[in-house]
Design a protein around this ligand. Structure first.
Ligand code: NAP
Length: 277
């Protein structure tokens, strides 16, 4: 699996696995753990989770899925904005580590903008790095202005990643945020690359998928990976979906494919606020 490197030296596989909605239904626990393990077998070794998902339930599922193979995984979790004071960030990370049954996270993100000053969250992140509890940190759902402001704060220059809503139907970040991050070595982590499953049955995607003998999901994910500083984290709890998604980095979209997709899913023609879910 190809890797990208952030300005802080974090090396992330271009394709990872999301976990939103995992851990909510005990009857699906086994299937979810198996799906994540299969994803690891197939090289999708970044796992994205959050204290918010299923109130810690998704982190518990991940903890079980990575048992015995933690060293293979680039593990990402997120602190809720309401917990993101200096001390609150540290305590939230410690709770996440316990649920994940690990000593450290590879990347820890602020889930979205908080009413706690960002300076405090960054100071919490720095303390967690000094204590060996996280290796890198970043943000999520933060727009260009927010990132520019963060750059001026102590620790802001060590933000490794912005995790944002990005897929064929949500292309607003291509105008400014994406190139700005690329120039600075800030990795853009595309969440909901399948637009929560909606892109998996889009007719325009079928057209391209048929040319390559793959599925629309595979095309949608491959499209997010066409830029050098973007990585993608589709979520799949079905084993068949995991297999399809894992093949996306091998798909080489042609100029014709890209032109057809661009015509079917044009980017906005003016700046729009960062879209979020
Ligand atoms: P997504 O990955 O775009 O789509 C997930 C949906 O697509 C699921 O219903 C899944 O079904 C289905 N799916 C997956 N692979 C498929 C395939 N090959 N064919 C057909 N259907 C397929 O949506 P998402 O979960 O919202 O986003 C991905 C991850 O990004 C999340 O899980 C989370 O980790 C992260 N995220 C972060 C934020 C944030 O605020 N930072 C917000 C949203 C998401 P099955 O599960 O049944 O396989």
């Amino acid at each position: 699996m190809r890797k990208v490197r952030s300005r802080t030296g974090a090396e992330m596989p271009v394709l990872g696995q999301g976990t939103w909605e995992m851990g909510e239904d005990p009857r699906r626990r086994r299937e979810e753990i198996e799906a994540l393990r299969l994803g690891l077998d197939l090289g999708m070794s970044l796992i994205d989770t959050a204290e918010m998902y299923a109130d810690g339930g998704a982190e518990r599922i991940v903890g079980e899925a990575v048992r015995g193979r933690r060293h293979e995984v680039f593990l990402v979790s997120k602190v809720l904005p309401e917990n993101a004071s200096l001390e609150g960030t540290i305590r939230a990370a410690e709770r996440s580590l316990k649920r994940l049954r690990t000593d450290s996270l590879d990347l820890y993100l602020l889930h979205w903008e908080s009413s706690h000053p960002l300076e405090e969250t960054l100071a919490g992140f720095e303390r967690l790095i000094a204590d060996g509890k996280i290796r890198h940190y970043g943000v999520s759902n933060i727009d260009l202005q927010g990132l520019q402001r963060a750059e001026t704060l102590p620790g802001g220059g060590r933000i490794a990643c912005d995790q944002v809503y990005y897929n064929l139907s949500r292309r607003g970040i291509e105008r400014k945020l994406l190139p700005w991050c690329a120039k600075r070595g800030i990795i853009v982590m595309a969440y909901s690359p399948l637009d929560q499953g909606k892109l998996c049955c889009a007719a325009e995607l079928w057209k391209v998928a048929r040319r390559h003998g793959v599925t629309p999901a595979c095309v949608a994910i491959a499209w997010t990976l066409r830029r050098s500083n973007v990585i993608s984290i589709p979520k799949a709890s079905s084993l068949q979906h995991v297999r399809e998604n894992a093949s996306a980095p091998d798909l080489r979209l042609t100029e014709q494919d890209l032109a057809d997709l661009h015509a079917a899913f044009p980017p906005p023609s003016r700046d729009i606020p960062l879209e979020t879910l």
